[in-house]
Design a protein around this ligand. Structure first.
Ligand SMILES: Nc1ncnc2c1ncn2[C@@H]1O[C@H](COP(=O)(O)OP(=O)(O)OP(=O)(O)O)[C@@H](O)[C@H]1O
Ligand SMILES: [Mg+2]
Length: 270
């Protein structure tokens, strides 16, 4: 039977989103974080997956929301997704997060009040929702830089909503994927709540042992393997307990990717 919550990052590495809902992707500039996000989005949005294919059958598509304050590759999803799903400004980012958390609460309330005791989004076979945040540290910096009263209100809302999201999202099947250059808790505003809640951790490209330690913590063993652009090391909760696994992200042919995605999303590129 196909697992409708399974995302094959590679042929042999299966990410079961119902078990490990949220993910953290780190890596130096140009290491392939945003491109990995794009493949994950393509796979999630077209669940359940077909074997050996990036795009699935879309029988149970994941609803995607995205924040990219750098207004780069991920922000281009604006062309494909329904309106109010992609933000590249501060106020839109906050709106999207508020909407996302609002939908999550609606779902949790529905599950609690309208379904048999013990039901979860997974047991009810509900589709997942995902919030993708590219450049987390730049995003946090924008919210942290609060001078006016309005800025301070926005900062308070942003970090509170993120915290609330990370506490309640698993049961609701509302995932978060955060990409950031370094997983420093102090500088990037990556709270320990986020660090601890993610069940999939990825570091793209080569790094110092200090950078690996920030992503994976102190206890994991890191194999010594030279990596190219688009390659990384990952750790999946419950899968490889002591070791991070080297892997290559799906190859993205930039000439065709957007054409391909717009055909599958049913929306044209213009
Ligand atoms: N999976 C991939 N398939 C094909 N090309 C890739 C892949 N990953 C990375 N690349 C190439 O490397 C470049 C940099 O990748 P990407 O933009 O994803 O890096 P990044 O880690 O997001 O960098 P930044 O910190 O600058 O945002 C891409 O423009 C692309 O040319
Ligand atoms: Mg990027």
């Amino acid at each position: 039977m196909i697992n409708r919550y399974a995302v094959n990052i590679t042929k042999s590495i299966e990410w079961n989103i119902a078990d490990n809902i949220s993910a953290l992707i780190t890596g130096a500039r140009g290491s392939g974080k945003s491109f990995l996000l794009l493949s994950l989005i393509a796979m999630l949005a077209t669940l359940p997956q077909k074997q050996n294919d990036l795009l699935g059958t879309s029988m149970m598509p994941t609803q995607i929301f995205a924040i990219d304050l750098k207004n780069s590759d991920v922000a281009r999803l604006k062309m494909l997704l329904p309106s109010n799903r992609v933000a590249h400004t501060k106020s839109d980012a906050l709106n999207i997060l508020e909407r996302f958390v609002g939908f999550m609460k609606q779902r949790l309330e529905f599950i609690q009040n309208e379904t048999p005791f013990g039901s979860t989004a997974k047991s009810l076979g509900m589709p997942a929702f995902y919030l993708i945040i590219d450049e987390w540290s730049a995003t946090s910096a924008v919210f942290n830089d609060a001078i006016t009263k309005e800025d301070k209100v926005q900062k308070f809302k942003w970090f509170n909503l993120m915290h609330e999201l990370m506490m309640l999202n698993r049961q609701a099947l509302f995932g978060v994927i955060i990409a950031t250059q370094q997983a420093t808790v102090t500088n990037s505003g990556l709270s320990t709540a986020i660090q601890e809640e993610v069940g999939l951790k990825v570091h793209m490209g080569n790094a110092t042992s200090e950078a690996y330690r920030l992503t994976f913590g102190n206890d994991l063993k890191i194999p010594n393997k030279y990596l190219d652009v688009g390659e990384g090391k990952l750790w999946l909760e419950g899968h490889n307990l002591d070791w991070t696994t080297p892997f290559a992200a799906p190859y993205i042919d930039t000439d065709n990717f957007w054409k391909y995605s717009s055909t599958s999303s049913g929306k044209s590129e213009r």
